[in-house]
Design a protein around this ligand. Structure first.
Ligand code: HEC
Ligand code: HEC
Length: 178
C-alpha cells in the first residue's frame, strides 16, 4: 500500500511538473526584438526630453543644429516623429544617427531619410490626392511601405554589391547599421 501511494505521488509530481512547463508563457522572439528596439529608442527620447525641459514647444530649428526637413516643428514634435520613424522601419535611433552627435549626417540612412520625406510628400500631395473614388482621403507614411522593415519588399531583383551613399560620396563602411 505504502509503495502504491508513493508511486501515485511521484506520478502526480511528474505530470504536474510537465503541465506546469506547458502552461509557462511562450516567448515570441519577434516580440522581444520589438520591445528591445522600443526600449532603446525610449531611452534616448527620455534623455533628450529631460535635457529639453521647458523647451517642448520651442521650434526645433532654434534648439538643434541640423534641421532641414522638419523646419517649423517643435522639439516635442521632432522627438515624436523620430520615434515614429524608428517604429516604422523597425530600428533604433542608431540606424540613422551617431547617438553622441545627433546633428551628424555620417549615416547614409540619415540622408536617405531626407530623400524619402521628399518622395513621400510628393506621393501624397501630387499623386494620391488626385486619385478619385477612395472612401476617405488617403495619405501614405513611412509605415505604409516599410511596415516595420528597413527595406520594403522590392518589385524586381536587388542589385548586388556595396550601396552608394545618397549624397554620392561613396560607400560608408563605418556607418551606423542599426
Ligand atoms: C529613419 C532615420 C531616423 C531615425 C530612426 C531617427 N532619426 Fe533622428 N533624425 C533623422 C533625420 C533625417 C534628422 C534631420 C531632420 C531634418 O533635417 O530636419 C534627424 C534629426 C534628429 C535630431 C536633431 C539633430 C540636430 O542637432 O539637428 C535629434 C535630436 C534626433 N533626430 C533624435 C533622434 C532620436 C532620439 C531617435 C530615436 C528615437 C531618432 N532621432 C531616430 C533621422 C532619423
Ligand atoms: C512608397 C514607399 C516608401 C515610403 C512611403 C517610404 N519609403 Fe523608405 N524606402 C522605400 C524603398 C523601396 C527603399 C529601398 C529599400 C532597399 O534598399 O532595399 C527605402 C529605403 C529607405 C531607407 C534606407 C534603408 C536601407 O537599409 O538602405 C530609409 C532610411 C528609409 N527608406 C526611410 C524612410 C522614411 C523615414 C520614410 C517616411 C518619411 C520612408 N522611408 C517612406 C520605400 C518607401
Amino acid at each position: 500500500m505504502k509503495i502504491l501511494v508513493l508511486v501515485l505521488f511521484v506520478f502526480i509530481g511528474i505530470t504536474s511538473f510537465i503541465s506546469m512547463n506547458d502552461n509557462s508563457p511562450k516567448i515570441e522572439p519577434k516580440a522581444v526584438v520589438k520591445d528591445t528596439l522600443m526600449l532603446d529608442r525610449e531611452k534616448y527620447i527620455t534623455f533628450l526630453k529631460d535635457s529639453l525641459k521647458g523647451k517642448e514647444t520651442v521650434l526645433a530649428d532654434s534648439v538643434f543644429k541640423n534641421i532641414k526637413s522638419l523646419k517649423g516643428k517643435s522639439t516635442e514634435q521632432l522627438l515624436s516623429i523620430m520615434n515614429n520613424w524608428g517604429h516604422a522601419l523597425g530600428v533604433t535611433c542608431k540606424f540613422c544617427h551617431e547617438v553622441n552627435n545627433w546633428a551628424s549626417e555620417k549615416s547614409r540612412n540619415h540622408l536617405r531619410t531626407r530623400e524619402m520625406i521628399v518622395m513621400n510628400d510628393r506621393l501624397n500631395r501630387d499623386l494620391l490626392s488626385q486619385m478619385k473614388g477612395f472612401r476617405q482621403p488617403v495619405t501614405m507614411g513611412c509605415i505604409s511601405c516599410h511596415n516595420e522593415m528597413k527595406e520594403p519588399p522590392h518589385d524586381g531583383p536587388r542589385p548586388q554589391g556595396p550601396r552608394p551613399r545618397p549624397d554620392g560620396a561613396g560607400s560608408n563602411p563605418g556607418g551606423a547599421k542599426n
